[in-house]
Ligand binder design. Structure first.
Ligand code: ZN
Ligand code: ZN
Length: 455
């Protein structure tokens, strides 16, 4: 009797605790899943701007100013929010930190404190459920779905932001965030074009609202496009990718595979010819004495990552190729049996103690049928290795695919030794595939065997 209310009590408490994001989306409750404040900031206001743009003429000066302010506010996110505060990839003097906190606020993407915390979780838990903008939930989700729909803050991976809490600029910006957004997002761009050339409304619509929309969409691409489009030269186990288009859109944040590998590097693009205006800005700030302690990974470490990824690709390619039956899996043949089978019409040829069935290849032999037939049923090791013709690396590779047995006696011990070498760890890749290097095929003699004439 008493168990009934006891059982219902924790259940009732549980339903109270369930976050809306963890409940099924239905026709009745969908509006509860939507983060209406974010929808207003990233969808509603831009739409309002687009509508106003129909009757507000765009002046050239305002257009230029909007583009300049786009770069200021975009760099506030990339050089400030991202590379300075989220990753500490360099240090900035107080004036630069104040500037970046202000213009970064003008991009209307949340406070530094909130943004950097989520971004650290994104790096630490990339592609998992604890990644606040995991691309595994879809491209649109990683672009803006994660802001449009409510998220259970408890689900997002925990990160340490004690350093940010100790930065008075970060704390001040977080406390005064709405004032910063209104001032830097709308009032300042309007004041500049209004006081500068009398275009108050144009400054508000173009350098304010529509510029915010473009900066937001551009920087959101770091979470979506940079995890979806391009190459993975450093590691392909997670989604981050490198692509020039993403770099062009995101002020240089497009070399995202590199960035996830070396997040504390102040650069995203490591080649001089790659587009990374955020890196150039930080470097310029250093020359001006505003930034210092720019962190850079040693190129030795970067190259190691690149080589390992190349190795992985090579291993995958190698696994798809036919390298012939491994020596230790071949049956042992008596010499007499080998000779006998050849007499009976089977095209067998022994080279370096390994028997190959070349029956179907005789007609295709580049050196002619007669030459290859002269080796059938004999020890053709010397003939193949220079005695008659010094065969190419490709020929040794092709030959290995025709292996059918190993001759007992004579070279047998030598063959097993080589089989062991072929089997040993250092000639296998991480997937267990044997690595047969050029010139190291078992049929290959170390030195060219002198021709019959020379002997
Ligand atoms: Zn990322
Ligand atoms: Zn990052």
């Amino acid at each position: 009797m008493s168990s009934k209310p006891d059982a219902s009590r924790p259940r009732a408490a549980d339903t109270k605790k369930v976050h809306i994001a963890d409940t099924q989306l239905t026709r009745q409750n969908w509006y509860k899943h939507v983060n209406w404040l974010n929808v207003t900031f990233i969808i509603g206001i831009p739409i309002a701007g687009c509508i106003q743009a129909f009757w507000v003429p765009l002046q050239l000066k305002t257009a230029i100013w909007a583009v300049i302010y786009y770069f200021f506010t975009g760099l506030g996110i990339t050089a400030g929010y991202h590379r300075l505060w989220a990753h500490c990839s360099y240090s900035a003097t107080l004036p630069l930190r104040i500037w970046l906190a202000l213009v970064g606020g003008g991009a209307v993407e949340g406070s530094i404190r909130w943004w950097a915390r989520d971004h650290r979780a994104h790096h630490r838990y990339t592609d998992t459920d604890k990644d606040p903008y995991s691309v595994r939930k879809g491209l649109l989700y990683s672009h803006l779905g994660w802001m449009v729909m409510k998220q259970n803050p408890k689900r997002i991976g925990r990160t340490d932001i004690t350093d940010l809490n100790e930065d008075p600029v970060v704390v001040w910006q977080h406390r005064n965030y709405i004032k910063v957004v209104l001032t830097m997002g709308l009032i300042v761009p309007m004041l500049v074009s209004g006081l500068g050339w009398g275009d108050w409304y144009g400054g508000f619509v173009y350098a304010g609202i529509l510029r915010i929309f473009f900066v937001q969409q551009a920087t959101f691409c770091v979470n979506s496009l940079a995890h979806w489009l391009g190459d993975q030269p450093f590691d392909d186990r997670n989604s981050p990718r490198d692509h020039i288009i993403t770099a062009l859109v995101t002020l240089g944040e497009g070399y995202h595979n590199f960035h996830h590998e070396f997040p504390s590097d102040y650069r995203n693009a490591i080649e001089w010819h790659q587009y990374d205006p955020t890196k150039w800005t930080i470097w310029t700030c250093k020359q001006l004495g505003l930034a210092y302690d720019l962190k850079q990974f040693r190129s030795n470490e970067i190259e190691k990552g690149r080589v390992q990824q190349l190795q992985k690709k090579i291993d995958q390619k190698r696994a798809k190729l036919d390298w012939g039956t491994p020596l230790d899996q071949l049956p042992v043949m008596e010499w007499d049996d080998y000779v006998e089978q050849t007499k009976n019409g089977r095209g067998l040829i022994s080279i370096a103690g390994v028997v190959h069935d070349v029956t179907d290849f005789i007609k295709d032999h580049p050196g002619g049928k007669a030459m290859i037939k002269s080796g059938l049923g004999k020890d053709a090791t010397a003939m193949f290795n220079g005695g008659v013709y010094y065969h190419s690396n490709g020929a040794h590779n092709l030959l290995s695919t025709m292996r059918v047995g190993v001759i007992r006696g004579g070279g047998e011990v030598e063959i097993w030794k080589r089989a062991q070498k072929e089997n040993s760890e250092y000639v296998r890749d991480e997937t267990g595939q044997r690595i047969i290097r050029a010139g190291q095929q078992v049929t290959k003699m170390p030195e060219p065997i002198p021709t019959a004439d020379a002997a």
